[in-house]
Design a binder for this molecule. Structure first.
Ligand code: BG6
Length: 514
């Protein structure tokens, strides 16, 4: 099949017409961001849009509209985007790309209850359609706290912004956390679905946009090597760790009352778990993936002994990166009596033939020893070792570790003979590192996800059912914690509270020290 290059490709000499990414270039469109002054917009979304433009994946007439309660003109908004791009973009700054892009920036001042502002937004979008050929195709990115979603989506409806004309599209992008429990997630969805049909709602879980997370599917389903041992006959347990060395920084307003389990277990870690545990999908289209992920989530068993199989903690003062850091309760704007957990670990079981008896341990925390996210599939020991016990003293369990970040790659750990006259066996690692293998650096998760929104490509966006099922699993744990005192303290820079160590020790296991 010969691909005809779109006009914008022909205009851009940096593009190779044989480039296999051609079908993945966004057509005429624009994006409206609500919450342009927030961290998410400045550090992730705007830089990602620039990186996409720089890689030639956006149409030259792309329009970007900022909406916020600020007394700004288009130039002020342009300056904000400029600063954020300069500071946070992955790819180098190129003046000609910037100029082309910046000519499509518009700013609409107003708050979410302001009818006049939404009228102005409608006119701005029409003007972009006329002047830049955005074709009536617009995505509304809600980079705002969920409490404002109802106001914004109903305003979009009132002002005729949510309804596309024939042949064009309107989409809404919402960030996690989608609700703070099952009930609120359902309510939120009811509000959004009154305005946008399900196929126009894109829920972002940025972990699904990470290359290494997508590589889980490649690793499992493109190879013959791993799948035969990917089950309870060979796997002892799985550890999924998302550790951060940072504290909550300036995010007190968001984080306090939310905590580690709602912030990342309900979404990122449960999604990682689903990709590790699911059966092979018929294809990688959204429906087939969803079906398989949902089967895993439906088979999840929340522990019956929440006192034994969960742990939560809160960091106290300590050290991070050689610097003395305050405890959570001393952070700015955190109430001194807060019981919000900054560390959470839970054991989950999956009631399927493949995973019966194989616990999945999920843990996450702020102010831990270092920043690392990994999935470690820990294998059973060989059923028989024909060696003297002393010779295998240093032999651990075989492991396959998917290093999500940093130092992206995969490690296989197995036993090897130590050189010498004795038969001494010790663990060694075999490594694949993205950095050493591929020339091109991995795109940021938001690049992939923003592009998928503009292309209307849904596989990497969790569906409502997945969100509901993961709240269903988490709600009893969070309720239990709420009724049972405070989180256990752990010193900043360590690997979490004692209760987390004890939780695994009871099962005869230990956490990996990444
Ligand atoms: C976000 C959480 O979803 O993920 C943050 O709200 C967390 O608390 C962040 O810091 C981590 O993302 P990443 O991509 O740096 O691992």
């Amino acid at each position: 099949m010969t691909l005809t290059a779109p006009a914008e490709v022909l205009l851009n000499p940096l593009r190779d017409p044989q480039d296999r990414r051609l079908p993945r270039i966004a057509g005429p469109c624009g994006m409206v961001i609500f919450g342009v002054t927030g961290d998410l917009s400045r550090k992730k979304v705007m830089p990602a849009i620039y990186d996409l433009a720089n890689r030639g994946l956006l149409p030259p007439g792309f329009g970007l509209v900022g909406f916020a309660r600020r007394d700004w003109a288009d130039q002020d908004f342009t300056q904000i985007v400029h600063d954020s791009v300069k500071q946070h973009s992955r790819t180098p700054f190129r003046e000609e790309v910037w100029q082309q892009m910046a000519s499509g920036f518009r700013f609409v001042p107003g708050d979410f209850a302001d009818d006049v502002a939404f009228e102005q937004l409608r006119e701005t979008i029409q003007e972009l359609d006329r002047e830049r050929g955005t074709g009536g195709n617009h995505a509304f990115y809600l980079a705002i706290p969920p409490s404002f979603f109802p106001d914004v989506v109903s305003q979009l409806k009132e002002h005729g912004l949510s309804q596309p004309d024939t042949g064009s599209w309107r989409r809404v992008v919402v960030e996690k956390p989608f609700g703070h429990d099952l009930e609120s997630a359902r309510k939120l969805n009811a509000i959004i679905s009154e305005v946008f049909p399900p196929e126009s709602v894109f829920r972002i879980d940025h972990y699904l946009g990470k290359e290494t997370v997508q590589n889980i599917l490649a690793l499992r389903f493109a190879n013959q090597l791993f799948e035969p041992v990917w089950n309870s006959n060979y796997v002892d347990h799985v550890q999924i760790t998302m550790a951060e060395d940072i504290g909550i920084g300036s995010r007190a307003g968001y984080y306090d009352g939310i905590g580690a389990a709602r912030d990342v277990i309900q979404n990122h870690l449960v999604q990682l778990m689903a990709l590790i545990a699911m059966e092979e999908p018929v294809s990688f289209d959204a429906h087939s993936l969803r079906v398989e992920k949902q089967k895993v989530l439906r088979s999840l068993r929340t522990p019956s002994r929440l006192d034994l199989h969960t742990s939560r903690g809160q960091y106290t003062a300590g050290w991070a990166g050689g610097q003395k850091v305050p405890g959570y309760l001393q952070e700015e704007d955190i109430p001194r009596s807060s019981t919000t957990e900054t560390f959470a670990a839970i054991r989950l079981d999956i009631d399927t033939r493949r995973w019966a008896g194989v616990p999945f341990y999920l843990r996450t925390g702020k102010r831990l020893g270092r920043r690392v996210t990994e999935v470690a599939v820990m294998f059973k020991r060989a059923p028989h070792l024909p060696f003297d016990a002393a010779e295998t003293e240093e032999l651990g369990q075989n492991a396959l570790v998917i290093r999500v970040q940093p130092d992206e790659g995969v490690t296989v750990r197995f036993g090897a003979k130590v050189p010498g006259t004795a038969m001494e066996i010790r663990d060694v690692n075999m490594d694949f590192a993205y950095g050493g293998t591929f020339v091109e650096s991995s795109p940021e998760a938001y690049e992939r996800l923003v592009l998928d929104v503009l292309l209307g490509d849904p596989p990497l966006f969790p569906q409502l059912e997945e969100v509901e099922l993961s709240w269903q699993m988490l709600d009893p744990i969070i309720d239990y914690w709420a009724d049972h005192g405070k989180p256990d303290p752990y010193e900043s820079g360590t690997w979490g509270p004692r209760s987390a160590v004890e939780m695994l020790a009871r099962d005869g296991r230990v956490w990996r020290r990444p």
